[in-house]
Design a protein around this ligand. Structure first.
Ligand code: F6R
Length: 611
């Protein structure tokens, strides 16, 4: 996720761009840049690594008479945060600049072709490929709009771009596929941006740009065309939100927005990594296939929600790779003298990549010369630098303190890693990996289905708003789902919620079950489904109110429950990525019913940098 902005008009462009970037900083903030058209003198470009303030402090010499320009605030995906990888990217001519939000899946292939035909690359970004492609089209005599249109034919993946060229004064050409893009028009001005907040100080009339559309902006006009160049009548929307509401995309809170962003987070995490052979593209790989083949034991370490993603992955890793796999809460790992050596693979799981407990666990493993992989959402974070290889979750920045979209992205990234290791070790046949990957690609639409049922989950939360004690039960991969459901409920609603493997209740905790206790069971179909239902019956007999997460049409589960949170079915090992969403929404609605600030729960910090 990154933020892009463009302005063309009769006023100075730079202040408009910088203000726009400030309101888009929530989309990424590891580097920023602008490109301005200087009347009669080409382009002026400035980029800085770090937060937007670094760029703002470095534009004192910008040409004041530039009235057209583009800007970018970055959340790195390809290439670490640095000035050279910041946007705008260029083709090296000094005449063309492009900003980009999204991922070009086939960029390696395109880059090889371009390099073979003599193009020189100066960055590690996928975006630079787009700059060279546009330059090639212009060299063939095409207009800037047609050159940008050609990107929609040659590039795969998700992207929103905006381009300026020195030979087309006053013109910005933008295009979109999947990544968001909005345009606005006012007297003698036109704007384009990744999101509405950047436009609100200037206009409330917003044009929604759809997939595979090209936008030409000139002062006072916006023209939208389709893939074939046919002019379209754009849909105009009047925005009534204030800036804060707009940053939340019209959602009440960042948490709710981020729950809704989960299909995209999962899609982007899978994007470009799901070759039919089961091959995985690790973002930064400093480990050879032989080193990975030599691994004889895996540890997965993380904290809180990341630990729950590790728990899910243990089931997948052991099943697919037949490697022994242990999971550890990171703060416990190094203090228990674990058996780690050069054939051990330690996977640190962390949204932020900065959690002190997990960093220390990874350093411990490094001292024993173990192989280390980081699964993190933040490019160039401490863990990414410490590890031998990195697998990034492309969830975009998460602002709500309670992890949601980063968790699902971790789950699918770890499942991919498990499939990759299984492929390397030869424990899975290619055809089987292909079927699994095909189903993994269906997960975003299954998540969408659950999110679409938020209004059915709300009344359940409403009815249970005053309940004091919740138990969350699951078995198999349903157990980490129960753990995560309980954690979400605790941290944002402050209800007491304990999670247990269903079979463990009879060994003690069942003494706490009485009328009024709520038991939330993860009862989707699995090889332990009958066992789960048996455990739920035991709770029901003792007077508990039963809420079940169950697969669509499961009358048996419904017969045992007072309330059902319905979810679509999928392959058992992938079910956490779907079932968890119902519990996130349950926790969200219950917390809202209790009047809690879900984005900033008491006593919690988004990143915990103390041990
Ligand atoms: C819960 C939550 C925390 C984090 C934990 C680890 O919603 O967000 O439990 O998961 O503090 O943080 P990271 O993943 O940044 O290492």
């Amino acid at each position: 996720m990154c933020g892009i902005v463009g302005f063309t008009g009769s006023d100075a462009a730079l202040p408009v761009l910088l203000d726009g970037l400030a309101s888009l900083e929530y989309r990424g903030y590891d580097s920023a840049g602008v490109a301005l058209q200087v009347p009669g003198d080409g382009l002026w470009l400035r980029r800085r690594s770090g937060k937007l303030a670094e760029l703002t402090g470095a534009v004192g010499d910008a040409p004041a008479d530039a009235t057209t320009g583009i800007g970018h605030t970055r959340w790195a995906t390809h290439g670490r945060p640095s000035e050279r990888n910041a946007h705008p990217q260029t083709d090296g001519s000094g005449d063309l600049a492009i900003v980009h939000n999204g991922i070009v899946e086939n960029f390696l292939e395109l880059r090889e072709e371009l390099e073979a035909s003599g193009h020189e690359f100066r960055s590690e970004t996928d975006t630079e490929v787009l700059a060279h492609l546009v330059a090639d089209e212009l060299a063939e005599g095409r207009s800037l709009a047609d050159a940008v249109r050609s990107l929609l034919h040659s590039a795969d993946g998700s992207f929103a771009v905006a381009v300026v060229h020195a030979d087309d004064p006053g013109l910005i050409v933008a295009a979109r596929r999947v990544s968001p893009l909005v345009a606005g028009v006012a007297d003698e001005a036109a704007f384009v941006a990744s999101d509405i907040p950047a436009l609100l100080p200037h206009t409330r009339e917003v044009l929604v740009v759809d997939d595979d559309q090209v936008v030409e902006l000139r002062p006072g006009s916006v023209r939208i065309t389709d893939l074939d160049g046919t002019e379209l009548t754009p849909e105009l929307r009047t925005i009534t939100w204030d800036v804060e509401q707009a940053e939340k995309g019209g959602y009440e809170d960042f948490m709710l927005k981020e729950i809704h962003e989960q299909p995209a987070a999962v899609r982007d995490t899978l994007s470009g990594r799901t070759a039919p052979s089961g091959e995985l593209m690790l973002d930064e790989l400093r480990l050879s296939e032989d080193e990975l083949r030599a691994v004889d034991k895996v540890f997965l370490v993380g904290c809180g929600t990341s630990y729950h993603a590790a728990m899910v992955a243990k089931y997948a890793l052991e099943h697919w790779t037949r490697l022994p796999c242990e999971i550890d809460i990171a703060s416990e790992f190094r203090y228990r003298d674990p058996v780690v050596d050069t054939r051990t693979l330690v996977v640190g799981v962390s949204q932020s990549g900065e959690t002190a407990d997990t960093i220390e666990a990874m350093k411990y493993a490094k001292r024993w010369d173990a192989r280390i992989i980081a699964v993190t959402n933040v490019v160039d974070s401490s863990m990414a630098r410490l590890a031998d290889a990195v697998l990034y979750t492309h969830a975009g920045p998460e602002i709500g303190v309670a992890a949601t979209k980063t968790h699902l992205a971790q789950v699918v990234a770890l499942e991919l890693l498990a499939l990759y290791l299984a492929g390397l070790r030869g424990t899975r046949y290619t055809s089987e990996a292909r079927d699994l990957l095909a189903e993994l690609c269906e997960i975003p639409s299954r998540i969408e289905t659950v999110i679409g049922r938020s209004d059915d989950i709300h009344p359940v939360a409403h009815e249970l708003v005053d309940v004091r004690d919740f138990f969350f039960l699951g078995r198999g991969v349903g157990y980490p789902v129960a753990m995560e459901g309980a954690l979400k409920l605790k941290e944002i609603s402050y209800a007491r919620a304990e999670a247990y493997p269903g079979g463990e209740m009879k060994h003690g905790p069942i003494a706490l079950i009485e009328p009024g206790t709520v038991v939330v069971g993860v009862a989707t179909r699995s090889h332990v489904y009958a066992k789960v239902l048996g455990n739920i019956s035991e709770m029901r007999t003792r007077g508990a109110t039963i809420v079940l997460v169950a697969n669509d049409g499961d009358d048996t589960a419904a017969g045992l429950a007072d309330h059902v949170l319905w979810v679509p079915s999928t392959i058992e090992l992938f079910s956490p990525a779907v079932d968890t969403v119902a519990l996130q929404l349950f926790a969200y609605h219950l917390a809202k019913e209790r009047g809690r600030d879900v984005d900033k729960p008491r006593n919690l910090a988004k990143t915990v940098t103390v041990e």
